[in-house]
Design a protein around this ligand. Structure first.
Ligand code: ZN
Length: 314
């Protein structure tokens, strides 16, 4: 086994969508084609968005897609104290009483104020100088990514703990990728800008950063929207059987071309739009075996050089 350690780390805000499944298979194939380890992590710290009941449903859907973790699944909500300890040990962290509305009007003055703990207070860190050390990074799929192209999206006063006491995504993901010894993060292109914040956090925490490899988003051609819960996309396994879902993802990842899967999705989507319910047929009895065999074959065929770089239109 190689030293490569990859992961798929969904937020269980609902059922699994096509965009997430593509990342799941992309990260799995990259890890397995490298002879490495594949891990699962459930990023469920945002309780209002990710009710506890969603986690077993998400894990079951990942399992139906033929994917399993080589080590115990890490559930973030079971480790809240670790993130708090990390924040407490970070000398650059500071308390902030600014509301979102106030921050729109003026910069946050709190860093210099050394505020006493209070309710509805966030904890932030100033990443200005750490960000300056990362003018670019080399993405495993897209190549050179320049911070200047994303500076409008980057707030250097990064929230580590939100004013509603929820640990911020950027902090938790860095703590856990480090904790799990992840060597490469494969995820969606919507995280390109956050990579700069995370690289800066790795520096402040004194952790060795992994490499990053982003995959393009899957968009619905008619609307230009992502296939995600926010856009009311149907859950993947309400549209396709797991075997069909794998074939579609392999087509999108350019591992095994099968344009008929795109036609099939369009047919099922229009059936779903007519009457929103599960339009996927009951999987056949041999499906699980076919899926396992196809997934093994895909590992041998996967070539990271031919991963897609343009947005994937369906
Ligand atoms: Zn403030």
């Amino acid at each position: 086994m190689s030293d490569y350690r990859g992961r798929f780390a969904p937020s269980p805000s609902g059922r699994l969508h096509l965009g997430s499944a593509l990342i799941a298979y992309g990260s799995y194939l990259k890890a397995k084609a490298s002879g490495g380890t594949f891990l699962l992590r459930i990023e469920d710290l945002d309780r209002p968005r990710c009710p506890q009941a969603n986690t077993p449903i998400m894990l079951e859907e990942i399992k139906r897609l033929g994917l399993s973790s080589d080590e115990p699944v890490l559930i973030q909500s079971e480790h809240e104290q670790d993130y708090l300890n990390t924040i407490a040990a970070l000398p650059q962290a500071y308390r902030c009483n600014c509301t979102r509305a106030l921050l729109k009007e003026r910069p946050c003055p709190c860093q210099k104020l050394h505020l006493a703990p209070a309710e509805h207070q966030s904890i932030r860190v100033d990443l200005t100088s750490a960000l300056a050390a990362h003018p670019y990074f080399n993405d495993g799929n897209f190549g050179l990514i320049k911070q200047a192209d994303y500076s409008h999206e980057l707030n250097p006063n990064l929230v580590l703990k939100r004013s509603d006491d929820i640990i911020a995504y950027n902090l938790a993901v860095v703590v856990d990728d480090h904790r799990q010894g992840i060597t490469e993060v494969v995820r969606g292109a919507d995280m390109l800008s956050a990579t700069f914040l995370q690289l800066a956090l790795y520096d402040l925490l004194g952790y060795q950063a992994p490499t990053f490899c982003h995959l393009p988003l899957v968009l619905e051609e008619s609307t230009g929207h992502k296939f995600s819960k926010q856009n009311h996309a149907p859950a993947l396994l309400d549209l396709l059987t797991p075997y069909e879902a794998l074939k579609l993802c392999l087509h999108l990842l350019q591992v095994q071309t099968d344009p008929s899967m795109v036609t099939l999705v369009h047919e099922r989507l229009s059936a779903y739009r007519t009457k929103p319910h599960c339009v996927a047929p009951q999987p056949s009895t041999q499906e699980a075996e076919l899926l396992t065999a196809l997934l093994h074959q895909a590992v041998t065929r996967f070539d990271p050089q031919t991963m897609p770089r343009q947005a994937l239109m369906l």
